[in-house]
Design a protein around this ligand. Sequence first.
Ligand code: SOE
Length: 380
Amino acid sequence: MKTINVGLIGCGFMGRTHSNAHNRLGNFFKLDTRTVLKAICDSNGPKATEFAQTWGYESVETDWHKLIARKDIDLIEITAPNNIHAEIAIEAAKAGKMIICEKPLAMNGEQGLQMVEAVEKAGVPNLVSFNYRRIPAITMAKKLIEEGKLGRIFHYRAKFLQDWTISKDLPQGGDALWRLDVKVAGSGVTGDLLAHCIDTALWLNGSIDTVTAMSETFIKERKSNVTGQVEKVGIDDACSFLARFQNGSLATFESTRYARGHKALYTLEINGEHASIAWDLHDLHRLQYFEHRDPGQLRGWRSIHVTDSDHPYMSKWWVPGLQIGYEHSFVHQLADFVEGVSSGKPVGPTFRDALETQRVCDAVLQSAHSGAWVKIPGDK
Ligand code: SOE
């Protein structure tokens, strides 16, 4: 059995999802390679030590440069905040390491392009963790679209709604709240939540041509956990945009952290000439499907419980009818990545795929600022 030695950077929520995936992988997926949790790295030493004990890492580092320099590390996983993705990824690529990076790829497209160039020059396997692609119902939607079941696509509609930043007393910055600090996160809901919606949309419906957006920062000042001072809030709290896809379809996207009552409501709907599909993260194992070519009297929305052994990934888990959840999307992502490393076939979303998402995010933020329609740029 081959091995991939893992060095993971960042002990937060995403560090846990990735570590859990490594621990589950070999129990459920029969692969010719196993991953070994060699080292966890976080600038907070005691936190990293506790994390190592919880998840089974063999060693602890507090300096990511040292981790990258280690000869016994093959794969660097970046689950650290967005503002250090580029620096870590570029150094890791130069050291010849494979890389899995949390989303969004970078702080902006310019940085993202440097990361793409670094991994492509080094020829190292690379993946960005847009995990929702690997929820079985979403993977199945991709298959249905590729089989032409929907026919020509007219509409794409996505939302990602949360409500956890409504309190004006919530500070910005620091360990758990760096997502509110624009210097660390790059943007608010656009990079954090719309990026997921955009990645899924590009995968299911192809490239976006132009966008027009609006955004708002509802709470203008918050105390900083880093400086202790009240500081201006630089992130977008809510952002909605219209898009035209290259295939001629029209789209609406909405994201906010101010939708009281919604914790992580990612929903999408696609309307085609023959059929429509709809999906909802709060009911993630179901795919809603409407087929216009069904006999008239039987025509209606089907609610497909995507838990049968011929549904994507499901033969790996329990028995038909028993569902899986959010964390399994990270196991699927890792299994596909490891298989790709073994076969030499790149697995998406690669850094280059994620650069396209990053460019849409940049265009959305630019349009929200100017009020104009913005065309998504390609490579110069
Ligand atoms: C933010 O609350 C967050 O944790 C995102 O950072 C994740 O990417 C998303 O999947 C769930 O929400």
